[in-house]
Design a protein around this ligand. Structure first.
Ligand SMILES: [Zn+2]
Length: 73
């Protein structure tokens, strides 16, 4: 039985909880955190970052879904 994405009904990508689309969104979200951490001199937690991007109008829908999912962990 193949796994499905944690966020939608599509098939999960190999060794991932997400489908291709959400996997790309996840890597964008994580890359974004590195940039924010640099901008804030490391003074921002992943949780704070995720809460911030969820409220930003420029954050894409897929990225927000991933961010909400990561916050739940
Ligand atoms: Zn998905």
């Amino acid at each position: 039985m193949s796994k499905t994405c944690s966020l939608c009904q599509r098939k999960a990508a190999l060794s991932s909880d997400f489908c291709e689309t959400h996997k790309i969104a996840e890597s964008n979200v994580k890359a974004g955190y590195k940039e924010w951490a640099r901008a804030f001199d490391g003074d921002i937690s992943m949780k704070n970052y995720l809460e911030c991007i969820i409220n930003l109008p420029e954050t894409g829908e897929k990225a927000k879904e991933v961010a909400r999912h990561l916050l739940k962990k």
